[in-house]
Design a binder for this molecule. Structure first.
Ligand code: MG
Length: 273
């Protein structure tokens, strides 16, 4: 009988200990940059809560290879399907003047930058670009183009395969602000990828900046910008200040005179908070 009581007591103690441990697990401690709040998902949901909304099921995309163009994930917005520029317009207004060649869009020198008809806020962008071969020019004039998030923040497109320029202006630089962590360029003529995560700046109603923009970039699958904080819009020998604008703005691609090609451009809009 005594033995049985002892076993029951030990079992009860174990249960209490396990419950305390579980409760401890459910209550995260505040750490710098992470404050307890009902809006923070770490505090909003009990750990391992089964009634928490399930993530949406999507079909992942297919990567491209040299011969086959990949496919966007099922929840992405395809901005260029290889056929026409119907999702684009000139930033001067009117139709986009770039060419569609071999299932790609190609910069037509002098026609100007183009922008998506749709605007985007926080987003995940995938695109592929190909530098002209044989390469022409050097430094900033070799295969220059650019990807402008919200039309304001440029991730540089340039042929930096054996081509030296100033680091904060080379391929995958946040132009004039951050050199890439490494030079991950492939030779001209080969398709390269950018995968970009962008968080737009936040402004108060009176126009004051609350949160600056942030960018993460992978070039050819290699991390080249790690959640960098932008000083404002990018520029050449200028650091323009932030100015409040719409939450969603078009993506722009730069005509810098070189016949750079693009394909498989898609966007996923990210939940904003
Ligand atoms: Mg550029």
């Amino acid at each position: 009988m005594r033995k049985r009581i002892l076993i029951l007591t030990l079992a009860a103690a174990g249960l209490v200990a396990a419950t305390c441990y579980a409760v401890q697990q459910q209550q995260p401690k505040e750490i710098p940059g992470m404050t307890a709040s009902p809006d923070n998902p770490v505090w909003k949901w009990v750990q391992h809560e089964r009634n928490r909304p399930q993530p949406q099921v999507i079909q992942p995309g297919k990567p491209s290879d040299e011969d086959h163009v990949g496919q966007p994930p099922s929840d992405a917005i395809a901005l260029f399907d290889g056929k026409d520029l119907s999702n684009w317009e000139s930033i001067k207004g009117g139709e986009a003047g770039w060419k569609v060649v071999d299932g790609c869009m190609e910069v037509a020198k002098g026609t100007g930058d183009i922008r998506s008809k749709q605007g985007f806020g926080d987003c995940q962008l995938h695109l592929e670009f190909r530098e002209p071969t044989p390469p022409v020019g050097m430094d900033q004039s070799r295969g220059n183009s650019g990807v402008f998030l919200q039309g304001l923040y440029e991730v540089q497109v340039l042929d930096c395969y054996g081509n030296k320029t100033y680091p904060d202006g080379q391929t995958a630089a946040v132009y004039g602000q951050y050199p890439p962590l490494v030079n991950a360029c492939l030779p001209p003529g080969q398709w390269q990828t950018y995968d970009i995560i962008f968080h737009r700046p936040r402004f108060e109603k009176n126009g004051n900046l609350v949160r600056p923009a942030r960018i993460t970039v992978l070039q050819n699958g290699v991390l080249v910008q790690d959640d960098v904080v932008l000083t404002g819009p990018t520029g050449h020998h200028i650091r323009p200040p932030y100015t409040a604008g719409p939450d969603k703005l078009p993506l722009a691609l730069q005509d810098h005179g070189a016949p750079v090609r693009y394909r498989n451009i898609w966007m996923r809009e990210l939940p904003e908070n």
